[in-house]
Design a protein around this ligand. Structure first.
Ligand SMILES: Cc1cc2nc3c(=O)[nH]c(=O)nc-3n(C[C@H](O)[C@H](O)[C@H](O)COP(=O)(O)O)c2cc1C
Ligand SMILES: CCCCCCC(=O)C(=O)O
Length: 415
């Protein structure tokens, strides 16, 4: 529906000639806004109908999100780079890890509570930064932050947010980290870091895997139009090339992201903030060591939900070697492909201190707003608790590598 309207609009532009091209960007933005509103109203009934149906796992939120979202937005949220090989692998690699449960352990009390950088959270499950959440739900990042507060967990707010730092900060008392993209316009990144610090964010998550945006073919086909990023209001306005086809998001990223970002810039970041810095996007032992050497407070093993370079390994497949390289010097977190509490357990067993959840939170938000994000968090937490009980672990400290059997273990046993 959205696509056909969009095609109609493009056809109208062809007919009306070049004098209208100058306002094309504005019209595209307006059109995208109207489509979002319309999709939300149209899908209200659908959401209501499903309100009563009991969803029993995170995958069912994805099915519902697919029904309620316009295709362009569902594709943006769910898609990955190029062949989407890594996208599938992120999930499949968890399935290849099996359990080695212990029996006859007293699990009458299972304690999931955890600490990240000194902040207490109810379970080691935190909300990953995901951009443009108003495409999923009109309350976007604010609803997500509220859910994080209710679940007593951390929300990592994206640099590509459709709400402002102030809106999110004033909406609730969630523990918030701020994810940073370094723009060509360093002053923009600088100002947002300052504002995050001023508004009580507790850490900066520097995303280091995006010197350029990955090739997301679904977005190219859909001619994905990003919504206004309210977080940038008053700081930056980007003129997209009206004549350039394909994904407008890619066009936007090409104009804004600084591809020269390198290890030395971590020093720059340290010089502009007193907040602890986590580095997100680490996939090798070598980079993990470098990150420790430049003095980061934590490492996030991540392939950006398989949206950047296709054919990188599933993030869970490299966790063990990163944890070995870091040798306990800083906490290691992981994201990518986690859809079950059993997946969370596997990541913890291989050395992650906590996991971040991306798409499932977005699907929860799209399907049921703040309540949906809360339910997704609770579902994963409840599944983790049951997994701990059934593997004989009554606290997070009890979870060890010996509770799982990985491909690496299977190969070792052949030697
Ligand atoms: C729709 C979407 C938007 C994202 N936006 C950002 C972002 O703005 N900044 C960032 O560092 N990572 C972003 N990511 C990556 C996530 O933080 C996270 O690494 C990834 O989603 C984890 O994989 P999962 O979706 O399988 O849980 C995004 C991911 C998705 C799916
Ligand atoms: C300026 C770049 C836009 C990035 C959008 C958010 C993101 O990281 C994603 O994966 O999508």
């Amino acid at each position: 529906m959205v696509t056909s309207n969009y095609l109609r609009l493009r056809y109208w532009f062809l007919l009306t000639g070049p004098e209208f091209l100058c306002c094309k960007n504005y019209l595209l933005q307006e059109f995208s806004r109207i489509c979002r509103l319309r999709a939300y109203v149209t899908n209200y009934r659908l959401r209501k109908k499903h309100m009563t149906a009991e969803l029993v796992n995170v995958m069912e939120f994805q099915e519902l999100a697919k029904k309620v979202l316009p295709k362009m937005y569902y594709d943006y949220f769910s898609g990955g780079a190029e062949d989407e090989h890594t996208l599938r692998e992120n999930v499949e690699a968890f399935r290849r890890i099996t359990f080695q449960p212990r029996i006859l352990v007293d699990v009458s009390n299972v304690n999931l509570s955890s600490t990240i950088l000194g902040y207490n959270i109810s379970a080691p499950i935190i909300i990953a930064p995901t951009g443009m959440l108003k495409l999923a739900h009109p309350e976007g990042e604010v609803a997500t932050a509220r859910a994080a507060a209710l679940c007593n967990t951390i929300m990592v707010m994206s640099f590509s947010s459709t709400c402002t730092i102030e809106e999110v900060a004033s909406s609730c008392n969630a523990i918030r980290f701020f994810q940073l993209y370094v723009y060509r316009r360093r002053d923009v990144s600088y100002q947002l870091v300052q504002r995050a610090e001023r508004y009580g964010f507790k850490a900066i998550v520097l995303t280091a895997d995006t010197p350029r945006l990955g090739r997301r073919e679904r977005d190219i086909k859909n001619k994905m139009v990003p919504p206004p990023l309210k977080i940038l209001e008053g700081l930056l306005s980007v003129e997209l090339d009206p004549e350039k086809g394909g994904s407008k998001l890619e066009n936007f990223a090409a104009k804004t992201m600084d591809p020269s970002l390198n290890w030395k810039d971590v020093e720059w970041l340290k010089s502009i903030t007193n907040l602890p810095i986590l580095i997100k996007g680490v996939l090798t032992a070598e980079d993990a060591r470098k990150a420790v050497e430049v003095g980061v407070a934590g490492i996030i093993v991540s392939n950006h939900g398989a949206r950047q370079l296709d054919y990188v390994p599933a993030s869970i497949s490299v966790l063990e070697e990163v944890v070995e390289a870091v040798n306990g010097e800083v906490p290691v977190l992981l994201d990518g492909g986690i859809r079950r509490g059993t997946d969370v357990f596997k990541a913890l067993a291989l050395g992650a201190q906590a996991v971040l959840i991306g798409r499932p939170m977005v699907y929860g938000l799209a399907a049921k707003g703040e309540y949906g994000v809360r339910r997704v968090t609770e579902m994963l937490r409840d599944e983790l608790e049951l997994t701990m009980a059934l593997t004989g672990c009554s606290s997070l400290e009890d979870i060890t590598m010996s509770h799982v059997r990985t491909e690496r273990d299977r190969l070792r046993s052949l030697l």
